[in-house]
Design a protein around this ligand. Structure first.
Ligand code: ADP
Ligand code: MG
Length: 325
């Protein structure tokens, strides 16, 4: 785990901004940290980047304590805050050079590093452009280049997609993909689930300082779906009626304990079969093998997938957040 927190707690006066957060992010993940405004996302990120000392609990980045080994943590982390400062009369290359100097990167190494990073974020053509004249998406990418200057293993990006137009968002998504292929672990926050849905391998949902769910997308989906729905299309044997073939298939399926119910597939013409299935993927494979071994002609066998949006609604159901959309 490149990030691990144990009972991480942050209080501001009487307010509990983070309540006993236990969070794990594996190496190489794109971890979407999702929650409404005020949930505690920025607070968590500031702690992980050593900008804020937690009131209680522990947090580790690449095994280093954020409280006791701050220099080691900082070497591993690149942080992109949710605001871009004001940099009057500064060009893109100068901006990166300014921060490279603050990371004590040798002057001789900087020109190539800066060129490489500008190319990575697709801003080579803006090398001599004034920073404050760049579009929001470009500023965002320049800021991302800045977080990469010291080649950190972990990138922590606070709401990078907010305020971007759809096209800039697509560019950001492509860029994150590229960073991931370079071996970076990425933690990225948003108050809008759909901004992150397609690009994350893992998600954490936080609300009022409490982590409601965290893990890889498949596991979260599985834990929130006690059973899945499978759709099975059956081809009758030579001379057999479809109805008879469906009855035969349903009876065979029901001999598997993980098949909780069978019914006609709604709105299917010709009729087909739907199963409530409580097993995992391996059990699904075994079920399919059993149907085929039992002489059922199966032309289609697929679990219906629910998407992240659906999970999110389920996790936050009944809470203030789930009810607002
Ligand atoms: N410096 C601070 N002083 C007092 N309260 C704060 C401070 N920073 C954040 N908070 C409070 O902590 C909670 C979490 O805030 P934050 O981490 O910024 O949430 P998010 O980034 O998810 O919007 C909020 O209730 C916020 O008002
Ligand atoms: Mg925030």
């Amino acid at each position: 785990m490149i990030v691990e927190t144990k009972g991480l707690t942050q209080r501001y006066g009487g307010t509990v901004a983070l309540n006993q957060l236990n969070l794990s992010i594996p190496q190489g993940a794109v971890y979407g940290f999702i929650g409404p405004n005020g949930a505690g996302k920025t607070t968590t990120m500031r702690i992980l980047t050593t900008l804020l000392l937690p009131s209680d609990g522990e947090a580790y980045v690449a095994g280093h304590s954020v409280a006791r080994e701050r220099a080691a943590v900082r070497r591993q982390v690149g942080f992109m805050p949710d605001f871009f400062g004001v940099y009057d009369n500064m060009k893109s290359a100068e901006y990166l050079d300014f921060f490279a100097a603050s990371y004590a990167i040798a002057p001789a190494k900087r020109p190539k590093l800066i060129d490489d990073l500008l190319a990575l974020v697709d801003l080579s053509h803006k090398k001599e452009a004034e920073v404050m004249g760049l579009s929001r998406g470009m500023k965002q990418r320049l800021s991302l280049a800045r977080t990469m200057l010291h080649d950190p293993a972990l990138l922590i990006l606070d709401e990078p997609a907010s305020g971007l137009d759809p096209r800039a968002r697509v560019e950001l998504r492509e860029l994150l993909k590229e960073l991931r292929s370079l071996g970076k672990t990425i933690m990225i926050s948003s108050h809008i689930l759909t901004e992150l849905a397609e690009m994350c391998t893992h998600i954490g949902i936080i609300e009022r300082g409490n982590l409601l769910a965290s893990g890889d997308v498949a596991t979260i989906m599985h834990s929130l779906q006690p059973h899945r729905i499978f759709e099975v299309h059956v081809l009758p044997a030579e001379g057999e009626e479809l109805a008879a073939a469906l009855v035969r298939a349903a009876a065979l399926a029901k001999t598997q304990p993980q098949v909780l119910a069978t019914r006609p597939l709604p709105d299917a013409n010709p009729p087909q079969l739907q199963l409530d299935f409580g097993g995992d993927d391996r059990a699904a494979g075994a079920l399919l093998a059993q149907l085929i071994a039992g002489g059922v002609g199966v032309t289609h066998f697929a679990g219906q997938v629910s998407d992240l949006e659906e999970i999110f609604m389920r996790v936050t159901a009944g809470s203030a957040y789930g009810g607002t959309s």
